[in-house]
Design a protein around this ligand. Structure first.
Ligand code: GLC
Length: 780
């Protein structure tokens, strides 16, 4: 039933609320407020981070930390003061103060300048059978971002966002629950912003003013209200703290930044090899080929079709010789196969690793292999077992693990019959020991735990090489284990356009390594749509073309010469930008910063950027204004404050301004900020084709700096200091531009290379890079 029919004519029962504060108790981190039986605990974790917990029963339950990477005790203690006043209790840190009113209990948060940034509204916090909720005010000029991968617009104000991982097949702008459930958002108004992480894995929901304008509400079916408030004021700071709390992505192998080619299904090893050859013959760079479900024998996970993929090892080796890596899809649904000699089912069954119903029977549903059972990844021993199974893939050279259908997705009858999607019964037991609970609490983390199982096991069994991980479902913290793609989109212009806000919101949710299926998964792209998608896809942190079984071919050459030529050029541009993009990955790994960013990330004081969802930034230097409509050759582009240059023509602009960009099919409007320094390399057919013997620093007049990050790109040695950084600065004054290259820092030595310093539109100079300082001057 569509969301807008949901609550018609239902009368909601009343909420119970907190009584007045009767006593307070404090230690060096927490302040406990007793309000009759119910209690509230505020914990000060950092000068800009507090945790608020409320329990109606007066008992705080031990909380599990599937999402949180840094538990309360792990934050270094920070000073704060508590002042008790007649009407209020005030808690002050270096960056914020929290004012608690005694009766009724309400929380207000102020920044150090006394500006109110988050304030309880309505009844503040309340509970009724099965639900617990909190309310806060929405300011007139406030906007809401994050929430994982919401569809529709960038700003989620006035929307309802439900956190319940779902196979969102056929999603559209009105879809609510998605594959990812990330109960985190950023509230932003000019100059002021805060983040809110709702720490519950149970079904939960944000109402961002849909029911009551001016008030947002969070509710969960868990038994405690538990949330973190992160003061910014700017999004970058909020995400930095949020990813300190829920973790950051590890650096992926550098080849994973190249182009990935996928299709459901390249159905035999000959076809896969043919696809790979086409890339090389046509000189279209590509690094990874994904194998979808057809590589398996009867869709049995961890098997290979003896007919169509008779010798996977040989296939992987042949592809390797041509510079390709292979990623395989992995499914959680294990074929229920007691009769056959299927090791995965037999072992899982014998050791009781599959989820069982409360009556003790195996729980089953229907997925690709027909009747299937599901491992309980909440249990450590099951994760270890799964890890051992993955070894069968990585041992033969599989370099990427693509976890799919892990919301988990299952039907109540065989696939293909008009079935119904079902969840595990909510009372199904999952986990073991202290962690034992039921599916109501673990549904949202099924994909997260599958991803964690994969990451931990593979990193252990392949300790010297980085592996690429991809998942469709996840929960807060998924960035620690995996890249994410936005599931089954469609070959529609609307989906091309919507990929921008979806990926930007994922980035604002702490998940930086993200992408959407280029060309659209379901349906047939027109040549024009495919071209425009490849142009935008060049900016996706995870750049993969993918299409469904019954669709027309969607490889870059499938649409004729003109499209192929444009695709080649944009994929080449991606490869030339590799040092810049890899540095953005390093930034994401060390600070949590998104790679693909909405303009508001860099211009949070400019309300013009708050709803801007059809332009996007790759890092802080590049701004793209993709074409997302058919037949369009001109479009309006907003350039925020500062000086900008057209990437293609070099034309200069001064923002804030709106311009009309010319965008023939060959061209996606692309701009670069004045003072940008973008390192580029010669085109390669795959990322590690040869050592980088030349870097072209493209520099646009202005004042700016860029720190380039480098390491070997494929081992974990960067973790023990085998990396280096080089800072470049540009300073243009009147008729002179000075470019300074600081000495290289760090223990990694890149191969000897030529550095060409190109001051765009002026000229170029070069030198051989030996890691020492240089200074170059250009007369302009
Ligand atoms: C799911 C995935 C899709 C994949 C298909 C077949 O729909 O989202 O990417 O191709 O299953 O495995």
């Amino acid at each position: 039933m569509p969301q807008y029919f949901g609550q018609l004519h239902t009368k909601e029962p009343a909420w119970s609320i907190l009584g007045a504060v009767q006593s307070i108790k404090q230690d060096d981190r927490h302040i406990l407020f007793k309000c009759g039986i119910p209690c509230v605990k505020i914990s000060i974790l950092a000068p800009n981070l507090i945790r608020v917990r409320m329990t109606p029963t007066g008992e705080f339950l031990p909380r599990r930390s599937w999402a949180v990477a840094q538990a309360d005790e792990e934050w270094s203690k920070v000073p704060f003061e508590v002042r008790e006043k007649a009407e209020t209790i005030e808690i002050t840190t270096e960056q914020m103060s929290i004012v608690v009113s005694r009766d009724p209990f309400r929380i207000q948060c102020f920044d150090s300048a006394g500006e109110l940034f988050a304030e309880d509204a309505d009844i503040g916090m309340g509970w009724r059978t099965g639900t617990i909720a909190g309310w806060k005010r929405i300011e007139t000029d406030e906007h809401f971002y994050g929430f994982g991968e919401p569809t529709g617009l960038l700003d989620q104000r006035s929307k309802v966002r439900t956190n319940w991982t779902t196979d969102a097949i056929d999603f559209g702008i009105l879809t609510d629950s998605m594959y990812q459930a990330i109960p985190f958002f950023i509230a932003l108004r000019p100059g002021l912003g805060y983040g809110l992480f709702f720490n519950t894995t149970f079904w939960s929901r944000f109402d961002l003013g849909a029911q009551q304008p001016g008030v947002w509400r969070m509710e969960t079916q868990g038994s405690e209200l538990d949330y973190y408030i992160i003061y910014g004021p700017e999004p970058a700071k909020i995400i930095q703290t949020y990813t300190q709390l829920t973790g950051r992505m590890p650096l992926p192998p550098r080849w994973a930044l190249g182009y990935h080619q996928c299709r459901w299904s390249y159905e035999s090893q000959d076809i896969v090899q043919k696809v790979a050859q086409e890339f090389r013959q046509r000189q279209i760079p590509c690094d990874v080929i994904h194998l979808d479900i057809d590589y398996m024998n009867g869709y049995r996970v961890f098997t290979w079709s003896p007919k169509r993929f008779a010798n996977p090892q040989e296939l992987i080796q042949n592809l390797k010789e041509n510079g390709f890596k292979v990623a395989t899809i992995v499914e959680p649904g294990v074929k229920y196969d007691p009769e056959a000699d299927y090791k995965v089912f037999d072992e899982g069954f014998k050791n009781d690793y599959f989820v069982r119903k409360t009556n003790g029977q195996l729980f089953h549903g229907y997925v690709w292999p027909d009747k299937a059972v599901f491992p309980d990844y909440l249990r450590k021993e099951v994760r270890d077992w799964w890890g051992g199974l993955l070894k069968s893939l990585t041992d033969i050279g599989i370099a990427g693990i693509w976890n799919d259908m892990n919301e988990p997705t299952l039907d109540d009858r065989p696939f293909g019959d008009p079935g119904r999607k079902i969840d595990f019964p909510l009372n199904t037991a999952q986990g073991s020991g202290d962690e034992k609970t039921n599916h109501a609490e673990t549904h949202n983390v099924y994909g997260l735990m599958m991803a964690q199982a994969s990451y931990e096991a593979v990193v252990k069994s392949r300790p010297t090489e980085r592996t690429f991980f991809l998942t469709r479902s996840g929960f807060a913290g998924i960035q620690r284990w995996s890249a994410v793609w936005t599931g089954d989109n469609q070959s529609l212009w609307e989906h091309l356009e919507m990929s921008i806000p979806m990926l930007c919101n994922l980035g604002l949710s702490g998940i930086a390594f993200v992408g959407s299926d280029i060309g659209g998964f379901a349906g047939n792209a027109t040549p024009e749509l495919f071209t425009r998608w490849m142009q935008l896809g060049m900016l996706y942190p995870f750049m993969r073309g993918h299409s469904a079984l019954t669709t027309a071919q969607h490889e870059p050459w499938a649409f004729g010469d003109r499209v192929e030529k444009i695709c080649r050029e944009y994929i080449q541009l991606r490869y030339r930008l590799l040092p810049y993009i890899y540095t953005l990955f390093w930034e994401a790994a060390t600070t949590g910063a998104p790679i693909l960013r909405p303009l508001l990330y860099h211009f949070p004081n400019d309300p013009q950027t708050f709803s801007l969802a059809d332009q996007v930034m790759l890092g802080s230097s590049l701004l793209a204004a993709p074409i997302c409509r058919p037949g369009v050759q001109y479009r309006a582009v907003y350039l925020p404050e500062g000086h900008w240059y057209d990437w293609w023509s070099g034309e200069a602009f001064t923002g804030p301004t709106h311009i009309l960009a010319h965008a023939p099919l060959e061209q996606m409007p692309l701009y670069v900020r004045a003072g940008s320094i973008i390192p580029m390399i010669p085109v390669m057919q795959y990322v590690d084709e040869r050592p980088i013997d030349q870097i072209r620093l493209r520099i646009w007049k202005g004042v700016g700096e860029f720190t380039l990050y480098e390491d070997d790109g494929h081992t974990f040695e960067y973790k023990t200091a085998a990396f280096c950084t080089t800072t470049y600065r540009v300073n243009s004054q009147e008729q002179r531009t000075i470019v300074k290259i600081e000495p290289r820092e760090g223990e990694f030595s890149p191969p000897k290379r030529e550095i060409i310093v190109e001051l765009v539109g002026v000229g170029e100079q070069s030198f051989i890079d030996d890691g020492t300082a240089h200074q170059l001057e250009f007369s302009t």
